[in-house]
Design a binder for this molecule. Structure first.
Ligand SMILES: Nc1ncnc2c1ncn2[C@@H]1O[C@H](COP(=O)(O)OP(=O)(O)O)[C@@H](O)[C@H]1O
Ligand SMILES: [Mg+2]
Length: 227
């Protein structure tokens, strides 16, 4: 049997807003094998981003356990979570989250800016990551001079920089047209197949979810179906 990279055990998340409580997750149990490609689907407000934030060590569950590569990270404090995040996880967002008047290269280097990696090596790593998404020739363009698809590829290169075991993508094609979306999905597929990076992606589009090898459907904070 394949090794589990992610084990979610009865996860719940409640947000308190003033006097009201929102139960965003209500008992999620699910495991992801190393090297899997999983799509999380569900309507708006069903808890997909909340789940991704927990999987990405950006937030903690209210109850339940999250085992990441054998470690129960649900007990970790903020600093420990940040360390795990930097070591293991790459993020890709719907809105790319790039610095706009900054070059592609500098955007990709960002995760290493405060590390002890030397400038020259940082450049080399960033160029290599840009090459793996087919954008080495755009390294010195400012990101606001690039198309949406190119910007998302820069964001993917940035996510690759720390050699993540896991890439999390929340609606990565939400702002892209159909053709560009399929280019982005081809890159994810290649990273998954060739580098063995585990992919977990949120989407509400079934043609995008079709690139994944497994799909889970979330509704009202619970998994209602897997296929
Ligand atoms: N930071 C927050 N504070 C309070 N409520 C939140 C917060 N984030 C999400 N929610 C609520 O939790 C539920 C799930 O949200 P979310 O995980 O963003 O769903 P999805 O990504 O599927 O649209 C929604 O009802 C939303 O309003
Ligand atoms: Mg969301």
């Amino acid at each position: 049997m394949a090794k589990k990279i992610i084990e979610l055990q009865n996860l719940a998340k409640t947000y308190k807003v003033g006097d009201t409580e929102v139960q965003a997750l209500r008992g999620i149990s699910y495991s992801v094998d190393e090297g899997a490609f999983v799509a999380i689907m569900g309507p708006s407000g069903s808890g997909k981003s909340t789940l991704m934030n927990i999987i990405g060590c950006l937030d903690k569950p209210t109850s339940g356990n999250y085992i990441l590569e054998g470690e129960d990270v649900s007990t970790f404090d903020k600093n420990k979570l940040a360390r795990i995040r930097n070591q293991k996880i790459g993020f890709v967002f719907q809105t790319f989250n790039l610095l706009s008047r900054t070059s592609a290269l500098e955007n990709v280097e960002l995760p290493l800016l405060y590390s002890n990696v030397h400038t020259k090596q940082r450049h080399e790593m960033a160029l290599h990551a840009l090459e793996s998404v087919g954008l080495k020739n755009r390294a010195h363009h400012k990101t606001n001079q690039l198309s949406g698809g190119e910007q998302q590829r820069i964001a993917i290169a940035r996510a690759l920089l720390n050699n993540p075991a896991l890439i999390l993508a929340d609606e990565p094609t939400g702002n892209l047209d159909t053709k560009t979306s399929s280019e982005i999905m081809d890159i994810f597929t290649k990273l998954n197949v060739e580098k063995g990076i585990t992919m977990v992606m949120v989407t509400h589009e079934s043609d995008i979810a079709a690139y994944a090898r497994k799909r889970i459907h979330v509704r009202d904070g619970q998994i209602i179906r897997e296929d």
